[in-house]
Design a protein around this ligand. Structure first.
Ligand code: ADP
Ligand code: MG
Length: 478
């Protein structure tokens, strides 16, 4: 149970070294035609970007009017904004990934944050066993974390804790909700329909821990808040990692389905935008997307997410490469047993290939020959692979831009200074992802958007953001 402090993140400098299809020396006209067809299918031309944005805005409005729409537009119960002057110490518990994390967040004011965190491994048996045992384990982790870091409370006060529980939850208050379904390999008995906060609070109480679960937090909402602490004009938080989703600040009067407290002016909405266009009316899905979707654990769901997020881009690329191989347009029709396996083409390889600017494309060659065990490749093969990767990666970034543009136009935020915080390895490591997004925004709003809107890497939305959510919850209830 090693303690692993969060390193401060900076946006890496790796940029795409683009390949121009006109520079490729095609081996045949058939190959050239096949590549041109792919370019046509995968390019989000400016008019299509505008149309997707318009359709996305309609989807937002539908979800704000009533429950059960394609984009859920979940009311987060987080009201009020941060200005960076907030001070205090809070705890965050992050459950939903491979590891469980406990984070102590100390806000020093002036936008400064210090954190201490420890990761704990969740035993596979606990994930699918008795729910009470799982939540008792969470309480044990918090208990040993407080011990390890010698953190105590004064008198009979309590720690306020933000609970990032990254599973689909129907939220009913800032610290109440019901689990809709388990995902990601968790399946603890009897939890669906129950309130994870109540389970966690009971587990804390059984151990007599002075901890109150103040907020139940979605990672997009946490990302928005974490970014807002350093950038008070933050209007949106986005996740571009394994999956994709976003949250933004909405005026209460626009949330027509909202029946709760109307005294506050605005609330953060968790859009669940990965579900956009379930109806398949606007997104330019290809046979390569459909092939991947059919084999996924959730066919026909999360259609936009599947065209954008890190979990899927490599698999879409693999499907295109296999198709070219089967038509004897790539690798002389030779396959590699590795590439024949689903999900073997990792999205991280795409980052390496995009950044490969060498004349021989030697980084690309290394992935194909050393990692994927192709017996040999030609420069023509490697150029085609690089172009395919570029098409899939750029499409993902431009679709992200369409979604972000939808929010900026809906809120009018592009007209003034506004910041967007983005968390996730895809955004952090994929070459030129941020540039492609900004280019897309400029197509929609013109050059002014570059002066007004900044996009930055948010720090730890599920740790720092959850702590800030606990702070806002405490502030709002006082
Ligand atoms: P999570 O979304 O689960 O919190 P991350 O933000 O780390 O986790 O995102 C993980 C996803 O990012 C994986 O799907 C992986 O494919 C993708 N990824 C990891 N490294 C890279 C990279 N270097 N370039 C592009 N994508 C990456
Ligand atoms: Mg994450």
């Amino acid at each position: 149970m090693a303690s692993t402090p969060i390193a401060s993140k900076i946006i890496p400098k790796a940029a795409r070294v683009p390949i121009d299809p006109a520079q490729i020396e095609y081996t045949s006209n058939r190959q050239k035609n096949a590549v041109e067809a792919l370019i046509n299918e995968f390019t989000i031309y400016p008019q299509l970007l505008q149309d997707i944005k318009a359709n996305f805005m309609e989807g937002m409005n539908k979800g704000l009017k009533k429950d059960g729409e394609t984009m859920a537009m979940v009311t987060s119960y987080v009201m009020g904004r941060l200005d960076g002057s907030e001070v205090g110490s809070y705890l965050a518990l992050d459950v939903g990934g491979t590891n469980l994390r406990v984070v102590a967040v100390h806000l020093t004011g002036g936008g400064e944050i210090t954190t201490r965190q420890t990761k704990y491994r969740i035993d596979e048996r606990l994930k699918v066993g008795d729910a009470k045992a799982l939540f008792d384990f969470m309480a044990v982790c918090v208990d040993s974390f407080l011990d390890e870091h010698q953190i105590t409370v004064r008198g009979d006060t309590q720690f306020e804790l933000g609970f990032t529980f990254s599973f689909p939850v129907l939220q009913t208050s800032i610290n109440r909700g019901t689990l809709i379904t388990w995902t990601k390999g968790f399946n603890a008995a009897g939890m669906v329909g129950k309130d994870p906060v109540a389970y966690l609070q009971d587990a804390f109480n059984r151990r007599h821990l002075p901890v109150r679960v103040a907020a139940l937090v979605n990672d997009t909402v946490g990302t928005l808040l974490a970014h807002a602490y350093n950038h008070p004009d933050t209007c949106m938080g986005v996740i571009l990692g394994t999956g994709c989703n976003g949250a933004y600040i909405e005026k209460i009067e626009n949330i027509t389905k909202w029946k709760g407290d109307a005294s506050a002016e605005e609330m953060i909405i968790n859009m669940e935008f990965g579900a956009f266009d379930k109806e398949r009316v606007i997104l330019p899905l290809t046979m390569f997307d459909n092939k991947m979707d059919r084999k996924s654990v959730n066919p026909n769901k999360q259609i936009l997410e599947k065209m954008i997020a890190g979990m899927y881009l490599g698999e879409i690329t693999r499907n295109i490469l296999l198709n070219l191989i089967d038509r004897r347009l790539l690798f002389e029709g030779n396959i590699s047993p590795d590439l024949n396996q689903m999900w073997t083409f990792e999205t991280a390889y795409m980052s390496t290939i995009e950044a490969d600017g060498s004349a021989t494309l030697h980084a690309t060659r290394k992935i194909l020959e050393s990692t994927l065990n192709f017996s040999s490749t030609t420069i023509n093969d490697r150029q085609i692979v690089k172009l395919v990767v570029q098409l899939v990666g750029k499409r993902a970034a431009r679709l992200s831009a369409a979604a972000i543009a939808g929010v900026l136009e809906h809120t009018g935020a592009w007209k003034q200074k506004a910041a967007i915080g983005i968390d996730g390895s895809l955004f952090e490591y994929y070459p030129s992802f941020n540039t492609d997004i900004m280019d897309g925004l400029e197509e929609v709003f013109g050059p002014v958007v570059r002066q007004n809107v900044s996009i930055g890497l948010a720090q730890d939305g599920s740790g720092v953001g959850a702590a800030l959510c606990a702070l806002l919850a405490a502030k709002h209830s006082n």
